[in-house]
Design a protein around this ligand. Sequence first.
Ligand code: CP
Length: 311
Amino acid sequence: MTRKDLLGLRGMPRTEIENILSTAASMREVGRRKIKKVPTLRGRLVVTLFFENSTRTRTSFELAAKRLSADTLSFSVSTSSTTKGESLMDTARNIHAMSPDAIIMRHACAGAPHLLGRSFPFSVINAGDGINEHPSQALLDMLTMQDHWGSLEGRTVAIVGDVQHSRVARSNIYGLTTMGARVLVAGPGTMCRRELAGLPVERRHTIDDVVAEADAVMMLRIQRERLGKALLPSAREYAAFYGLDLARLQRARPEVLVMHPGPINRGVEIGADVADGERSVILDQVTNGIAVRMALLFLLLGGREGGEDAG
Ligand code: CP
């Protein structure tokens, strides 16, 4: 990979996505070894810098870096001097003084990782920026689907929920359509507006319209902070109109994949029996996250000065 940073999937060529997915598939073998470690990034420093909470992304990036023998530094914003008013750029300058090779960054502002990528020589990986993109999530989602189908070409993926404000949806839309899949979206009008027509998706009005056609149904997290506001009157109403329960799932293709990026609101966007059911690949997505993030670190750092060959 010749790029320095991984900021989004918008405009990423198909060959590059294919390379990341095939590298990730080969990285899984390391996780099956008794000693789950290779020396590829020995001596390199990977820093996680999360200005928003995370369970899956942060831990799997850290685990991926450790499996490649990189040193890791987890920069906790809540206990750092950012709480005393230190700016993002000053924080980054101070981390830069510690000579990191890569920073994995999550921030509430769209474009914040792009700013760091332009300003510093280390690699920046976007772990979610506002409502813009979450590229590693979409890559692990695509790897999970590819595991079942062999190819994404010609497949139909339904994305249901707050598409408008979802960085997961945006990255998946860019990635999936580049890979030849068709993307259907459905959600309340406030969360799935007409402007989505600017994205390469087909909009439907009801969840039932998309579930029946889909090879995979990706349910998005309802952001509880929006409850009670203009976007969403109540969780109960949302569940009734847009939640994926067993009755709705019965109208889907028998081999449909049920996906969710997490964290899940059980009983709101997805029923517990569906999330834990036989069509769910939600925990496979989490496992694949480690391999995808190993691949990203390997491709971004492995070929650069100081990297060792994969062992
Ligand atoms: N899917 C995802 O980004 O999960 P986390 O917020 O736990 O990282």
